[in-house]
Design a binder for this molecule. Sequence first.
Ligand code: TRP
Length: 487
Amino acid sequence: MVVSTGSSEREGWSSRSAFILAAVGSAVGLGNMWRFPAEAGENGGGAFVLFYIFCVLLIGLPVLLSEVLIGRHGQASAPESVRRVARDSKAPEGWSVLGSMGVFAAFLILSFYCVVGGWVVYYIGVFLSDLFQTGLSGGAFAGRPAEEIETLLPGLFGNGSLMVGLNLGFLAVTMFFVARGISSGIECVAVYLMPMFFVLFLGITIYGAFTGNFGDAVTYLFTFDFSKLTGEVMLAAVGQAFFSLSLGVAGMMTYGAYASRETNLGETSGIIAGADTAVALIAGLAIFPIVFAAGLSASAGPGLMFQSLPIAFQAMPFGSLIGLLFFTMVFFAALTSSVSLLEAPTAYVFEKFKLSRPVATVIVGVGAAVLGILSALSFNELADFRPLALIPIFSEANFFDALDGVTAKLFMPIGAILTCIFVGWVADAKLIDDENGLDGVLHQVWRALVRFVCPIVLTLILAAGLFPEWFAKAMSELQQGFAVVFG
Ligand code: TRP
């Protein structure tokens, strides 16, 4: 559908539900099924998870609404939308930097996201070939020793050219849909793939809950141990919340720009955040029972989902078929997200340089391919390359981890802080009220969160995460202070 914006005719979502599906599709992805369990495991479980939920409700949701609202008012790419809100509020148009920074970060994320997308494709291939060899009844997976299945991922990591090939393949599929535009490309993936995703996902989780170590997983994920909540854990949790909700880096501004005036943005933001968080928690409950039952390490990092689940599939009847369905579903979810990551920079490039959408897609795609190759090679050829050796919290990171860390722990929180200041203090209050679709108390609460709570809490978390020793010292002094005061 074409939405009239006064000055020009531009593409938009064909309905409210198409917008919701596309936005949920952007949010739900590898962030939920791959990154969330890995981060939870690396950051000690319960403290991370509960702080993550706190971040989604108190920070993620208000920022999400702020972003779609900027996009919907601006009806343009992220930098231009911010500029228009600033212009209509008689504020400095230099605020558009907020959008430009986001577009750049989305581009960085896209590059390594497609590397992980490539791993998903590899597993689809593994299960498919298994099915062909042995038929439906179980596949060669059944009965294979767990150790052998665990070596699949290291095997893939060791093969640089295969990693690069899969990465480029995944990126090419993403480019195909973005080049086709909103209604015949992006919306099409979301409207067909997201419902299929939810059906498959629920089926597999229910199945998994009955076979693994469910109780241990619940304890691990939901037991809050205050002493484990360090500055690093808090920053990791807030970064994960933003990554999962596609926030802080222009993604949701870009999608909001295709929303029509009739869409209630407050309500829509609630649906997006609710669905995304539910999927992350369910993914955790599906993956950790298997991790514990199989004696794997919870802190295995990026390999967690790829190593734990195939072990469970191997023990199930029809294991290869279930494995194939599962990874196909992850592929769908990843694709609806990578499409949104590519759309943010592409929309900017075609608008700014007056190019056609397909040409802009190719330009951004080629850039992402170059960076993606470096990420794919960080698991083999470039394993010892430490691009950010000088920055303490990233000193151990290879190229892939560095991009992931810098975007989630710097770009996203900083982008979100600026978004809150912009929406809460700079933009015209009347303009914001007209867009947000909230009334009464909810409106007041949202406004207070955006103006005060989010920017302050985010700044503190950012400081605590970047200077963990400082934070630990401050906390222990605070504790001593309490001890003195309360005897
Ligand atoms: N939210 C997606 C996921 O969880 C990833 C993603 C898609 C994203 N678009 C984004 C992250 C924009 C940041 C910004 O997999």
